[in-house]
Design a protein around this ligand. Structure first.
Ligand SMILES: Cc1cc2nc3c(=O)[nH]c(=O)nc-3n(C[C@H](O)[C@H](O)[C@H](O)COP(=O)(O)OP(=O)(O)OC[C@H]3O[C@@H](n4cnc5c(N)ncnc54)[C@H](O)[C@@H]3O)c2cc1C
Length: 211
């Protein structure tokens, strides 16, 4: 689930382990994304402090999910900076190339950190297989040729029209007020167009997946 928008407080909530016990409980990971002018760069294992953000979500109690309780009862909270870097023009240097976060660190939007790293690995393996017994350096060049521009496009799109642009747009259309029916604000067609645009950019469209 993606709830809210980054301007006012946003939650991303998803199960990571199904059926933890006989009652069918799930282990849930949640992420609270908050924009702060004075956010400092920290390491990747900085302990998070509940009081820094619980206030934003304290009234988020839906009949189907008590977000405030979910946060307050977490076993562990960690705080990470949001980091991306401008795309670079070259990854391959002779017999060395870059892949994944080393090649294109991006904002965590649309699960594209690991997804794009996996696609890089697949394309690199394919190119190496094509060059089997030949010059591996040509495979690294071909891999870069195929992957650098698409991932650069994702880095930039994640800054301007991320997949949660839907949340931002609806927040704007509703004036940040609760609403009962999303169809009164935006058509299903427009919602689909936003979603399809991001899928095209990220390479997750049906036609890309079935190629
Ligand atoms: C809190 C958090 C949540 C995330 N959630 C998601 C998500 O839901 N979906 C998603 O798609 N992505 C998510 N990401 C991003 C995702 O984890 C990364 O994009 C992905 O792991 C990148 O893979 P990678 O193989 O490029 O790099 P990494 O996974 O960072 O792997 C690099 C490896 O190199 C090792 N290493 C470093 N230096 C050396 C060295 N000198 N010698 C040998 N080994 C070395 C490191 O120990 C590490 O194991 C999340 C990231 C964070 C921090």
């Amino acid at each position: 689930m993606r709830l809210g928008s980054i301007e006012t407080g946003k939650m991303v909530i998803y199960p990571i382990v199904d059926k933890l016990d006989d009652e069918g409980h799930q282990l849930i990971n949640w992420v609270a994304e908050i924009q702060r002018d004075n956010a400092a760069m920290n390491d990747w294992n900085h302990k998070g402090d509940l009081k820094d953000f619980l206030g934003i979500f304290k009234d988020w109690r839906f009949p189907w999910l008590d977000v405030a309780a979910l946060i307050a009862n977490a076993e562990q909270i960690l705080e990470y900076p949001m980091v991306d870097k401008d795309p670079v023009p070259q990854w391959t240097f002779g017999r060395v190339t870059l892949l994944g976060d080393a090649a294109h660190p991006m904002y965590p939007r649309g699960s594209n950190g690991s997804a794009q790293a996996l696609i890089d690995a697949r394309v690199l393996a394919e190119q190496l297989a094509l060059q089997a017994g030949g010059d591996a350096r040509a495979a690294l060049q071909a891999y870069e040729q195929l992957r650098l521009a698409p991932t650069a496009n994702i880095v930039l799109t994640n800054r301007s029209v991320p997949p949660d642009f839907i949340n931002i747009k609806v927040d704007e259309l509703s004036g940040g007020k609760p609403f009962a029916d999303i169809d009164a604000l935006i058509s299903q067609q427009e919602l689909r167009a936003i979603s399809d645009h991001y899928k095209q950019v990220a390479g997750f469209s049906l036609e890309a997946a079935t190629k």
